[in-house]
Write a protein that binds this ligand. Structure first.
Ligand code: ADP
Length: 433
């Protein structure tokens, strides 16, 4: 087992990883932005090193500074969490060059899956359905290829992620007008102007499968999740299991997952994301890291995914199997709408909470909007919704605008309660003031 793990991340996920390390009796090193010197994750780690002033690019994205911190403190592994460098193949290569274990798959696997167009091509060739579309289209071919796919369609940056780098295109004229603009945006945001076209699915659910694979290629399936409720393509409510699935559909989903993973030299946790429409699963992308919503899977399987992720990275083997899951878990993401000072920040004590914040702290403009995750588990989905509604009543945030009201309205909505939602549900949803 590792002796010391450096956490190349911040806030709630850094605390989550520290907790797993403590359970495994591994020492931890936090790296932090100067403006976050007092943050709980910095205090909770055994050691902490400041790596820069404030913005993401001057801190948690600085590969060399993070590696230096790992070397100076004698860490033997790095946990990247999610976001920042978690799916950065170059960082993975640099870790290997420094004889540091990156807790994640190999650079080659990260590179394959980070390019969503390449990942789709790979998966399709394995006989798994992908959303119809086209990559590597020249500007001259564009009108004919787009017409063949049909409008509306999605134009996506191959290296996009986090809900960014995708655009709904309604017509040939709009495509003509926006194509070069979107490529330029992609080049600036993701350092590559590669884009691909994809058929727009008007009624689909976002279903995903959590997996863990060890060095020997043993695959464990940790059940499924549904994450259809999204704002600007970013998830705000996640559930485990995906209760719209019949047993037959679930087995098809797991078979597709196994087909993708067979023969792939993958090791670590990962998530295969699918859109599910008219009884068919279409592979969307694979995330080669721990996900924000891993906690709902932990609640239904009773397993600690972060502990297992670290153990597998250290060489542990796991049995090949599908894990049984029980009951129903729901997570909501309490997000800040903008920066500010948390004058008051009260969260319930009756449910699982993952947060990097406390009253008195500033929500800074440099990082993501996640303030806290609230997670519940109950024997049924109905009971889980009720418990979460009660928990949200105990949330008080002052000094920063949040999405609390939206979450409350969503949970109270009869269509949500009847599980009649899809990925576009929130677009027409009545927004609170
Ligand atoms: P990211 O990597 O940024 O998370 P994804 O490709 O995983 O982007 O898509 C995120 C979300 O965007 C999906 O869950 C879905 O709601 C929406 N989306 C993506 N592709 C399509 C599509 N072809 N049709 C309709 N919605 C889509």
């Amino acid at each position: 087992m590792f002796k010391k793990v450096l956490i190349a991340n911040r806030s709630e996920v850094a605390l989550r990883i520290i907790r797993a390390c403590q359970q495994l009796q591994i020492k931890t090193v936090a790296v932090y932005a100067q403006v976050e010197a007092q943050a709980p994750f910095v205090q909770a780690a055994d050691e902490a090193i400041c790596i820069g002033p404030d913005t993401a690019s001057s801190t948690y994205l600085k590969r060399e500074a993070i590696l230096m911190a790992a070397i100076i403190t004698g860490a033997d592994a790095i946990h990247p969490g999610y976001g920042f460098l978690a799916e950065d193949a170059l960082f993975a290569e640099m870790c290997a060059e420094c004889q540091l274990t990156l807790i994640g798959p190999s650079p080659a696997m990260i590179r394959l899956m980070a390019d969503k167009a390449a990942a789709k091509a790979y998966v399709q060739q394995k006989g798994v359905a992908v959303i119809p579309g086209a990559a590597n289209v020249t500007p001259a071919q564009l009108p004919a290829v787009a017409a063949a796919i049909g409008f509306p369609l999605m134009l996506k940056a191959s290296l996009g992620g986090g809900g960014k780098g995708m655009r709904l295109i309604q017509s040939a004229a709009e495509l003509q007008q926006d194509y070069h603009l979107i490529r330029e945006e992609a080049r600036q945001a993701f350092l590559s102007d590669a884009v691909y076209l994809e058929k727009y699915l008007p009624h689909a659910r976002h279903i995903e499968v959590q997996i863990l694979v060890d060095h020997a290629g043993h695959i464990q399936i940790f059940g499924d999740r549904e994450c259809s409720l999204q704002v600007n393509h970013q998830k705000i409510i996640e559930e485990s299991p995906a209760s719209c699935l019949t047993d037959v559909a679930r087995q098809q989903l797991y078979q597709a997952t196994e087909r993708v993973l067979q023969g792939l030299a993958y090791c670590g946790v990962g998530t295969l994301e699918f859109l599910y429409a008219q009884g068919q699963f279409y592979f969307l992308e694979m995330n080669t890291r721990l996900q924000v919503e891993h906690g709902v899977t932990e609640l239904t399987t009773g397993k600690d995914l972060v502990v297992q992720q670290i153990a597998v990275a250290a060489g542990a083997t796991i049995p090949t199997r599908q894990l049984a899951f029980q009951g129903h878990a729901i997570e909501v993401r309490l997000n800040a709408n903008g920066a500010g000072d948390l004058q008051q920040f009260q969260l319930p004590t009756t449910v699982r909470i993952e947060t990097g914040y406390q009253a008195g702290m500033a929500v800074l403009p440099y990082y993501d909007a996640l303030l806290a995750k609230l997670l519940v588990w109950q024997p049924t989905r109905e009971a889980a919704i009720t418990k979460l509604q009660q928990a949200l009543q105990q949330v008080t945030v002052r000094g920063v605008q949040t999405n609390l009201k939206l979450l409350q309205q969503l949970l109270a909505d009869p269509r949500y309660q009847a599980n009649q939602v899809d990925i576009h549900f929130l677009k027409d949803f009545h927004r609170p003031d």
